[in-house]
Design a protein around this ligand. Structure first.
Ligand code: ADP
Length: 264
């Protein structure tokens, strides 16, 4: 707490009163501290791929360019790192848009069952069925809800891509859609590496990863779940994680049927 005092005096010098102003500097300091940490994180996240690209480009310039086996590999690394940086910058732009005061969702009434099924179809199409199985625990029904369609797709994409990234070969990914009176829930369970218990409260924090090196190698930005949480909260919903190290992870989200009426 910070206090400032002003003495009120009449012209002839009589002491008239005292004004005391109290500021809550702890809250301000916390925001400032978080901002500094965020900028440091962003700088670090960008410097890592840039440094790696620089050394690969230098090696190419020093002769690797003329080696027909090495050159394509080095160019491939540079390309992968560039793609990850683009993803990172897009994620950052998305977060910064959502942080702004006049951020609005675009509501539409859609059939959520259809949407979830179409996303699973898409993942099934690009993944090898021998290596990964998608199991639907979804009734043949329509589930009308008023949500921001594109944003909900983004949330599910972030959760699905994590389940795929952290799953072992031959793993199963189970998707459930359940309805209750006022809400519907979607859960995605995998049989992957899992998350240690002490890390669970932090997985929705910006840039938090259980294993930084592995996440980077798999193309992660450390922002996927933070973005998912922010979108779900803006819909008046909730998101939670349940996981056991080396056993698997479940991410569950619960949303009201009509997010439009929710004032956050
Ligand atoms: P990333 O881009 O690193 O995947 P996220 O914000 O999506 O970032 O997730 C944060 C961290 O939470 C991940 O780095 C990983 O450690 C952990 N995590 C998220 N989903 C899973 C999952 N399905 N299985 C195991 N770990 C997960």
């Amino acid at each position: 707490l910070e206090a400032s005092f002003s003495v009120i005096q009449k012209e002839e010098g009589d002491f008239n009163g005292l004004i005391t102003v109290l500021h809550d500097v702890t809250e301000q300091e916390k925001i400032e501290q978080e901002r500094r940490e965020f900028v440091a994180n962003v700088s670090h996240e960008l410097r890592t791929p840039l440094t790696s690209m620089k050394s690969y480009l230098e090696a190419l310039e020093d002769g690797a360019l003329h080696d027909p086996t090495i050159a394509p590999k080095f160019l491939n690394v540079a390309q992968t790192e560039t793609e990850r940086m683009i993803r990172l910058v897009n994620d950052l732009l998305q977060l910064s848009k959502m942080d702004s005061k006049d951020y609005r969702l675009n509501f539409d009434t859609i059939d959520v069952t259809k949407l979830v099924n179409s996303i699973i179809d898409r993942y099934e199409l690009v993944s090898d069925s021998e290596k990964l199985a998608f199991i639907r625990n979804i009734e043949d029904q329509t589930t009308f809800a008023t949500v921001d369609r594109d944003k909900l797709i983004q949330v599910l994409d972030n959760i699905f891509s994590n389940a795929v990234k952290y799953s072992p070969e031959g793993g199963e990914i189970r998707i459930s859609l359940e309805e209750s009176e006022k809400h519907f829930s979607i859960s995605v369970s995998d049989e992957g590496v899992g998350i240690p218990e002490e890390s669970l409260p932090q997985v929705f924090d910006r840039f938090y990863r259980v294993d930084k090196a592995r996440s980077r190698k798999l193309g992660g930005t450390g922002l996927g779940l933070a973005i998912a949480k922010q979108i779900i909260l803006a819909h008046g919903g909730s998101i939670s994680v349940d996981s056991e190290w080396n056993v698997g992870t479940t991410i569950m989200l619960t949303l009201p049927y009509s997010a439009e009426k929710v004032v956050v």
